[in-house]
Design a protein around this ligand. Sequence first.
Ligand SMILES: Nc1nc2c(ncn2[C@@H]2O[C@H](COP(=O)(O)OP(=O)(O)OP(=O)(O)O)[C@@H](O)[C@H]2O)c(=O)[nH]1
Ligand SMILES: [Mg+2]
Length: 195
Amino acid sequence: MIIKQAEFIKSAVKPSQFPEPQLPEVAFAGRSNVGKSSLINTLVNRKNLVKTSSRPGCTQLINFFNINSSAFFVDLPGYGYAKVSKKIRAQWGPMVERYLDVRPNLLGVLLLIDIRREPRQEEFDLLGRLQIRGIPALIVLTKADKLSKTKQQTQLIQTAKTLNCKKDDVILFSATSRQGREIILNELETLFSHP
Ligand SMILES: Nc1nc2c(ncn2[C@@H]2O[C@H](COP(=O)(O)OP(=O)(O)OP(=O)(O)O)[C@@H](O)[C@H]2O)c(=O)[nH]1
Ligand SMILES: [Mg+2]
């Protein structure tokens, strides 16, 4: 997939605010601070299409982007960050879960996991949710630049084993070195052309 155009459409918290589902869509999910917004910026070759921050809890709404006028990318708020207020935290889970459960044009989800940690309950829950709807997930191990090439491979094999998925469904990625960018774009191309 070659991205020529990327444009922010809107932020939403509930289905009535989502844009009309007239284009195929992929969503970027994962723990807060894992690098979801940075991944989108890297894919679209823009430094600041999406706001990123070293402070977790940066993305608090569901953000929709129009890609090439032929697809939507959706940046989801991250889960698992303890320091935001209880009220905000209580809204996050249901907001993302509802999106994943009802969005009719959702073709696939990129589930991001920091390469330095193991999948936990939140990741299993999210994958279970997608499985119910038959929506494929691609696992992206982010911040790969933090580990040596050897350790990256070890972590890839371990993650595939823990999540009970194929090695090919786990991708090593770094927004810093751009490692994995082309592989992810190819996967998206396949997803969009064989829905
Ligand atoms: N070293 C390194 N740092 C990264 C990478 N990707 C993101 N970061 C840093 O990690 C922090 C969080 O990145 P974001 O892209 O804002 O993370 P997010 O998942 O969107 O976070 P929330 O919006 O809070 O859910 C920022 O300081 C980024 O610069 C990467 O591949 N390598
Ligand atoms: Mg973000």
